[in-house]
Design a protein around this ligand. Structure first.
Ligand code: SF4
Ligand code: SF4
Length: 357
């Protein structure tokens, strides 16, 4: 299997070759997240962006670690967590009392759980909270109907220990024009963690007054102990609907680049396989190409490339849900992911002044 060359995420930003995979702030399918993290890490991604949920972080970290075991050289892949300044997302977790399990139960709850979140061992019996993503498959299968769920709010506080321990390397704060007060509240809670971050990203959809709002945010957060990315979220979660979806983020990214705001500018929202072609064509037609974009984040489009693969993985008899156990499927996934990653990594830098191949 051909392997991507060693890269450094910060250098990728400087050279206009930063590739971020967005798993989705509310996407909690742990087996799929593990597969996405594994395949896109192998393909050369710089960063994987996931929900602020310890179970999701654990799954993504497992995928990155599996990729690094398959690589002859260890390449850094940053794990980013997304938070927003609106209400906190709520999740559910399964729960039951293992003391009540009949000794002759064949434990169908263990085999049906796709996240290996139910264990019976001398170290732990019951639900492993950090793995459970609340899919509910274990609920109806229990013969004594003792498995229930409870809500599980995901907060910055829940992921703070993972940031401090280096399991999470980056934070992305989602905000909107007009959220000054809510952002200030979030910022107060984020500040103590800044020194543990490799990078901070701010994501904001385009709206009237956007540049004034971003300028306000920058005045609030500066100076920062780490580099900053502006994620120009053009047409959120639409990259898989067609090539035209990419125009909004490109236009928005160019507007931020023309402003005096310091920081890297990375496209997102509506990004897909056409994004790089559109940037290239724009630069070729411009009298004075000004492209100094730092990278692109791919979400729904990147995930859709591996959707069929994940179904095949889950359909394997007694599937381990570990893609690396199925070499043919791993190769298939890697080929699909490379179609998206390689043009940015090896063919066309978004910042020709610094990243010419
Ligand atoms: S709800 Fe049940 S089956 Fe689903 S991840 Fe949690 S423990 Fe596993
Ligand atoms: S299926 Fe129900 S009774 Fe059986 S081991 Fe699982 S939780 Fe216990």
């Amino acid at each position: 299997m051909a392997i991507s060359s060693l890269h450094d995420p910060l250098r990728s930003l400087e050279e206009g070759r930063w590739f971020k995979l967005i798993c989705g702030a509310s996407f909690q399918n742990l087996p799929a997240i593990r597969t996405l993290a594994l395949v896109y890490s192998l393909a050369g991604a710089d960063c994987i962006d996931v929900a602020a949920d310890p179970a999701v972080i654990h799954a993504a970290r497992e995928g990155i670690t599996a990729a690094q075991k398959l690589q002859p050289v260890v390449q850094p892949v940053w794990l980013m967590v997304s938070l927003n300044d609106g209400e906190d997302p709520h999740f559910r977790k399964a729960t039951f009392d293992p003391q009540r399990c009949p000794s002759d139960c064949s434990r169908p709850c263990v085999s049906i759980c796709p996240a290996q979140a139910i264990a019976f061992s001398e170290h732990h019996s019951g639900v492993l909270e950090e793995r459970c993503y609340g899919c509910g498959r274990c609920l109806p299968i229990c013969p004594i109907e003792q498995i229930t769920t409870r809500s599980h709010p995901a907060t910055l506080e829940a992921v703070a220990p993972l940031i401090r321990s280096g399991q999470v390397n980056a934070l992305e704060l989602h905000t909107q024009v007009g959220h000054e007060e809510a952002f200030q509240q979030l910022w107060l809670r984020v500040q103590p963690l800044l020194s543990d971050l490799k990078i901070l990203s701010i994501s904001c959809p385009e709206a009237s007054g956007i540049l004034d709002y971003l300028t306000y945010l920058h005045q609030l957060i500066a100076p920062l102990p780490c580099p900053l990315i502006w994620q120009t979220d053009g047409r959120p979660m639409s990259g898989d609907i067609g090539d035209g979806a990419t125009r909004a983020t490109l236009r928005y990214g160019e507007a931020v680049l023309r402003s005096p705001l310091p920081g890297f500018v990375q496209l997102a929202g509506g990004t897909n396989a056409h994004t790089i072609l559109k940037i290239k064509s724009r630069d070729q037609n411009a009298e004075h190409p000004t492209s100094t974009l730092s990278g692109i984040a791919f979400g729904s489009y990147a995930r859709s490339l591996l959707q069929g693969l994940q179904s095949k993985l889950e359909a394997q008899p007694h599937s381990s849900y570990h893609l690396e156990d199925y070499p043919a499927l791993l190769t298939e996934g890697l080929e699909a992911a490379r179609q998206l990653v390689e043009p940015l990594k090896h063919i066309y830098s978004l910042n020709p002044g610094k990243g010419a191949a």
